[in-house]
Design a protein around this ligand. Sequence first.
Ligand SMILES: Nc1ncnc2c1ncn2[C@@H]1O[C@H](COP(=O)(O)OP(=O)(O)OP(=O)(O)O)[C@@H](O)[C@H]1O
Length: 214
Amino acid sequence: MIEVQGLRKSYGGREVLRLDRWQLPSAASCCVTGPSGSGKSTLLEILCALRPADAGTVHVGGTAVHGLARRASDRWRGRTVGVVTQSPHLLDILSVEENVALAAHMAAASVDRRRVGTLLERLGIAHLARRRTRGLSQGERQRVVLARALLCGPSVVVADEPTSHLDDEACEALCTLLAGCCAEAGATLVVATHDRRILPRFQHRLQLARVEAI
Ligand SMILES: Nc1ncnc2c1ncn2[C@@H]1O[C@H](COP(=O)(O)OP(=O)(O)OP(=O)(O)O)[C@@H](O)[C@H]1O
């Protein structure tokens, strides 16, 4: 269950996110939509404790995320949340499979190499496993980040525009894997997107508006 109340976020005195009340049941899937600048990425970053809110409470799976100190939030995120950021952050001196395995190191868990291979296979990038990530296309990088997010079986997956650089076939494969992995693990899925191709795949939708339009 995700539960948000009285959430407010400003940058430089300008309020960019206002969400009075939002609930999402455990194991549900939800897309977050809205015009550019309506605070979708900001909300996702707050949900996974990458960014603090100015006011309000955020509970994710029973954890009061708004109250976590820095180190505790890193530990909580590593164990609980699979994060797919808008611009894929990869360590380009490492190979694809090493980048995926980083998730296990972050969660202080051992690396399940078979699962790494299976995820790469299901995302159509198994042939890239030993290649360094430098030089991969945006779409390939996005799929590496997704494999990394799913490796440790998170109970919540948060993805920001995960299909923005993908063609229809890769988009379909990624969505099927994302939905399949979340369903298998009973994980809650929250995806910020402008991509109309994927909207019908979600059970719930949170529509944000620019704060000045509220
Ligand atoms: N670190 C920051 N410092 C200052 N302003 C920021 C910062 N991050 C975001 N903003 C501003 O906050 C507003 C909301 O940004 P956010 O990225 O959350 O919107 P979004 O709905 O995800 O947009 P998009 O659909 O374009 O990705 C925007 O006006 C943006 O310029």
